[in-house]
Design a protein. Structure first.
Length: 287
């Protein structure tokens, strides 16, 4: 036996030859997910085994083609078909004693949310209950992930934020939370910056955090808040309550702005509480 990722166009025909999955790779009616874990092609190789395998095979890997058709008749190509060889086929080159495993991560937004479909294709996927995988949905997923990170770190954040149909694609958001890399790039950093704090964010809120910012006391937001600190500035939020008109999302086709047209919506900033620290040093936000 061999543990190996299988390309979807190879998996479906194989499943159809079995009794249990004669219909192919069909989503579970309850979870709406495939019963087979997805693969995001994040591979980790043991260098010594990798080098030995390259020397033994001279780097030769089996090739295949994966044609993309315009429709189910399979009479016209959607895009040029190319000859490919897949890095996930590497385990097929290994000897029987080699150890191969995988790690499953969920939910999906933690590890995978591509921008790969135009608006027409994204709308068609959404209509089938599939991830649209477009500009708007990827940004939504990043916002949802930020909210999830804060919740996991102990913040109280309402689940439902703005929602609507944007470029014919229905999107439901968490509160609009943007944690820029200057604030944190992983969960441990988020947890450290919220340790011992009490954070509450309403569903209609928008929060942007960028820079070396620590919340050591109480932060309550019902509206829009932006806190930014330049490199060398250290900001501590000890006690802050924000209530204002906030931001909202509006659908747009913005023919004069390609980014907005791809995303399908624009952000209308009605009112914002801004704290911008453009000088190095230690700063405190409190009444």
């Amino acid at each position: 036996s061999c543990t190996v990722n299988v390309e979807y166009n190879q998996l479906d025909p194989l499943l159809r030859t079995t009794t249990s999955f004669s219909g192919g790779d069909v989503a579970d009616p309850v979870t709406k997910n495939s019963p087979f874990p997805g693969n995001i092609n994040c591979l980790v190789f043991a260098i010594d085994r990798y080098v030995n395998t390259l020397e033994a095979t001279e780097g030769k890997v089996k090739e295949f083609v994966n044609p993309k058709y315009t429709d189910g008749t399979k009479t016209a190509f959607k895009s040029p078909t190319r000859l490919e060889c897949m890095m996930q086929d590497f385990p097929l080159l290994l000897p029987p004693e080699a150890k191969v495993g995988f790690t499953e991560i969920g939910p999906r937004i933690v590890c995978f949310s591509p921008v790969k479909n135009n608006l027409q294709d994204a709308a068609a996927k959404a209509a089938k209950g599939l991830p649209p995988e477009c500009s708007g949905s990827a940004e939504r997923d990043a916002i949802d992930l930020n909210a999830m990170l804060l919740r996991t770190a102990g913040a109280q954040i309402e689940q439902e934020g703005p929602s609507g149909e944007f470029a014919s694609i229905p999107l439901k958001f968490s509160p609009l939370i943007m944690l820029l890399p200057a604030f944190a790039t992983c969960y441990s950093q988020v947890e450290r910056k919220l340790r011992g704090s009490e954070v509450k964010i309403s569903g209609r809120s928008a929060v942007v955090l960028s820079g070396d910012i620590t919340i050591s006391g109480s932060l309550e937001v019902d509206g829009a808040l932006v806190v930014k600190a330049v490199p060398g500035a250290k900001v501590t939020i000890k006690n802050l309550k924000v209530v204002n008109a906030g931001w909202k999302l509006e659908a747009t086709d913005a023919q004069d702005d390609e980014m907005l047209r791809m995303r399908g919506y624009t952000v209308v900033k009605n009112e914002t509480a801004e704290y911008i620290f453009d000088q190095p040093g230690e700063h405190v936000i409190e009444p």
